[in-house]
Structures are given as C-alpha cells and as structure tokens.
Ligand binder design. Sequence first.
Ligand SMILES: *[C@@H]1O[C@H](CO)[C@@H](O)[C@H](O)[C@H]1NC(C)=O
Ligand SMILES: *[C@@H]1O[C@H](CO)[C@@H](O)[C@H](O)[C@H]1NC(C)=O
Ligand SMILES: *[C@@H]1O[C@H](CO)[C@@H](O)[C@H](O)[C@H]1NC(C)=O
Ligand SMILES: *[C@@H]1O[C@H](CO)[C@@H](O)[C@H](O)[C@H]1NC(C)=O
Ligand SMILES: *[C@@H]1O[C@H](CO)[C@@H](O)[C@H](O)[C@H]1NC(C)=O
Ligand SMILES: *[C@@H]1O[C@H](CO)[C@@H](O)[C@H](O)[C@H]1NC(C)=O
Ligand SMILES: *[C@@H]1O[C@H](CO)[C@@H](O)[C@H](O)[C@H]1NC(C)=O
Ligand SMILES: *[C@@H]1O[C@H](CO)[C@@H](O)[C@H](O)[C@H]1NC(C)=O
Ligand SMILES: *[C@@H]1O[C@H](CO)[C@@H](O)[C@H](O)[C@H]1NC(C)=O
Length: 258
Amino acid sequence: MAMAALLLALFSLSAISTAAAQIQTPNITLGSSISINGNSTYWVSPLRRFAFGFYPIGNGFMVVLLSTDGRLLLSSDRSNGSLIDASGVASYASVLDSGNFVLYNSNSNIIWQSFNFPTDTIVAGQRLIVEWTLFSHLSETNHSTGRFRIVMHTDGNLVSYPTDTTNTSRDAYWHSDTWEGGKNVSLNLDTNGQLYLHNSTGFTIKNLTEHRTGAFVYRATMDVDGIFRLYSHRMRIMVAYRRKKSYGNHSNWLTFVR
Ligand SMILES: *[C@@H]1O[C@H](CO)[C@@H](O)[C@H](O)[C@H]1NC(C)=O
Ligand SMILES: *[C@@H]1O[C@H](CO)[C@@H](O)[C@H](O)[C@H]1NC(C)=O
Ligand SMILES: *[C@@H]1O[C@H](CO)[C@@H](O)[C@H](O)[C@H]1NC(C)=O
Ligand SMILES: *[C@@H]1O[C@H](CO)[C@@H](O)[C@H](O)[C@H]1NC(C)=O
Ligand SMILES: *[C@@H]1O[C@H](CO)[C@@H](O)[C@H](O)[C@H]1NC(C)=O
Ligand SMILES: *[C@@H]1O[C@H](CO)[C@@H](O)[C@H](O)[C@H]1NC(C)=O
Ligand SMILES: *[C@@H]1O[C@H](CO)[C@@H](O)[C@H](O)[C@H]1NC(C)=O
Ligand SMILES: *[C@@H]1O[C@H](CO)[C@@H](O)[C@H](O)[C@H]1NC(C)=O
Ligand SMILES: *[C@@H]1O[C@H](CO)[C@@H](O)[C@H](O)[C@H]1NC(C)=O
C-alpha cells in the first residue's frame, strides 16, 4: 500500500515537474499536533514523499504541538518544552516535498527550517556549509552521536575523522582533496544524485559522484561505520535532526519517515 502510494507520487512528480511551482503545500496550522498514541502520527508532505513525526522508540504519551502561541512544543503529561529555537513566532508550518520541515511567520517568511540542522544525512537540495558537520549514528538502532564525523572545512576541504579527535590531517581518514578550494565551499546534493563541492561564486570545484537518471530520491549519509555513502530510494527516507531536549525514556530524535 505504501509502496503503491509512493510510486504514484513519483510518477505524478515527473509528469508535472514543469508545474511543480503550482503544487499546493498544506499548511500545518497553529494548534495542530501529532502524537505517539494519537491517530495523527505524522505531518506529511503534499506528495507524501516525506513525513515529520516520531521515531518508533519509547512509549507513553508524547505530542509535538504547533502551539497556539506559535511555538513548536514537545509535550508529555509531565512537561512541555520548546523543540527548536526559532527566530520568531510561527504562524504555520509545512513539510515540503524536499524533506524540509519549515516554520513561517505571519509574513510567510521562513523562521526555522530543518535543512539547517542536518545530523548524519543530507537530502537533495540540502547543503553542508562551512563548519557544519555530519555525525554518524552510534548504531542502526541507536541514533545518538556515533564514532565518526565529516566536516566541511573553511579551506574548502571535506574531511572525515573519528568523532573525538582533532581537526588535523593526522586524525583524518578521508578527504576530498580540495583544501585549496577557497572559503565558503559547500557540499551539495542535487535531485540527480550528484554530490559536488561548490565554491562561493557558484563554481563546481569537484564532483564526488556522477549524475544519475531515474525516479529516485537521493540522500547522502555518514554511516555508522564511518563511510559517507550515497543512497537512492524508491520509498523510504529518513532525515533526522537532533532535538535539544529529552524527556522520559523517549527517543532523542525526530525524523522524517516515508
Ligand atoms: C498557507 O498560509 C499562507 C499564509 O497564511 C497562505 O498565503 C498560503 O496560501 C497558505 N497555503 C495553503 C496551501 O493553504
Ligand atoms: C482515533 O481513532 C479512533 C478510531 O477511528 C476514534 O475512535 C478516536 O476517537 C480517535 N481519537 C482521536 C484523539 O481522534
Ligand atoms: C503542555 O501543553 C499542553 C498544550 O498547551 C497542555 O494541554 C498540557 O497540559 C501541558 N502540559 C504540562 C505538563 O504543562
Ligand atoms: C573541528 O571543526 C569543526 C568545524 O569547524 C568544529 O565545529 C569543531 O569544534 C572542531 N573540532 C575541534 C576538536 O577543534
Ligand atoms: C544509545 O546509546 C547511548 C550511549 O551509549 C545510551 O546512553 C542510550 O541510552 C542509548 N539509547 C538507546 C535508545 O538505546
Ligand atoms: C571558484 O572557482 C572558479 C574556477 O576555479 C574560480 O575562477 C573562482 O575564483 C572561484 N571562486 C572563489 C571565490 O574562490
Ligand atoms: C562566506 O560566507 C559568509 C557568511 O555568509 C560571508 O560573511 C563571507 O563574506 C563569505 N566569504 C566569501 C569569501 O564569500
Ligand atoms: C560535474 O558534473 C557535471 C555534470 O553533471 C559537469 O557538467 C561538470 O563539468 C562537472 N564538473 C567538474 C568540476 O568535474
Ligand atoms: C524509564 O525506563 C525505566 C527502566 O525501564 C523505568 O524504570 C522508568 O519508570 C521509565 N521512566 C519513564 C518516565 O517512563
């Protein structure tokens, strides 16, 4: 059922790609909520490619609420806490088909977006800018910070290290060989599965993977074993971002799940 729904979504996406700008994104309005125990488990993107919801760890009653005063709250019977530190008061939110979860103010300006808080993964359209790091998960089932990281350095080099080490070549075990790439080089992934390094004037200084074809959704993940891999998916995507607080025995992660 889920697979059928997704294939339909991918086909309709390619069929209407030129009209993509007209796709209506349902707004998540103030007072909306999703919960572990309730009937509404996820907020879903228009084409159902991504959803925002809970990771299936833990038990008990837990709600994410776009509160009436414009904050994204994580609530339990014991406590309420702001899930994120947005730069203003939210008027509504959306899960976009890119996988980005966005909060908007009353002028429809973005005040917070999950794309700016990557953990172990970037998806198509997302970037890793200078001084940002992806950390591997501890294991496939435990998504705490793991043993490896990959850093977009200010000199233009993309470098992998064990987590608790210095940023020196002595500790590095992989790099993109672009340490003369200039300032503000970013790692990018496009919808064709091409991973590349862009310099600040928009020039591709290095392609890390080749351009691909086919109706896939791509992600690049710093894996548990410390290898940075590109994945193509027909139906399942997870993009987690670290949340700031932890309550009870619940997961330390929210995630986008398909
Ligand atoms: C979402 O809300 C904004 C601001 O109120 C509005 O401009 C936009 O049309 C709404 N989008 C949809 C799909 O309802
Ligand atoms: C959840 O769904 C069940 C069955 O459809 C319904 O009886 C119940 O009232 C719903 N609960 C909420 C909180 O909407
Ligand atoms: C958390 O906030 C919700 C919604 O505002 C409220 O119903 C609930 O009682 C609050 N819980 C606590 C522990 O304050
Ligand atoms: C390594 O570089 C990253 C990105 O600039 C930075 O966040 C981190 O604190 C640095 N680690 C050490 C040990 O200096
Ligand atoms: C994940 O691993 C950390 C560090 O060992 C541990 O503190 C935490 O309880 C684990 N979480 C789960 C859900 O197993
Ligand atoms: C980006 O790369 C191009 C081609 O190598 C180069 O001409 C340009 O100066 C670079 N931009 C920066 C800001 O380094
Ligand atoms: C790099 O980006 C920062 C922040 O956007 C900006 O202040 C700086 O001027 C940029 N540097 C270059 C060389 O483009
Ligand atoms: C990167 O790949 C694109 C094709 O997708 C090609 O046009 C471009 O020249 C390549 N750039 C470099 C620096 O290899
Ligand atoms: C957390 O788990 C421990 C051990 O399973 C249990 O004793 C404790 O009551 C749980 N706490 C909550 C808040 O669920």
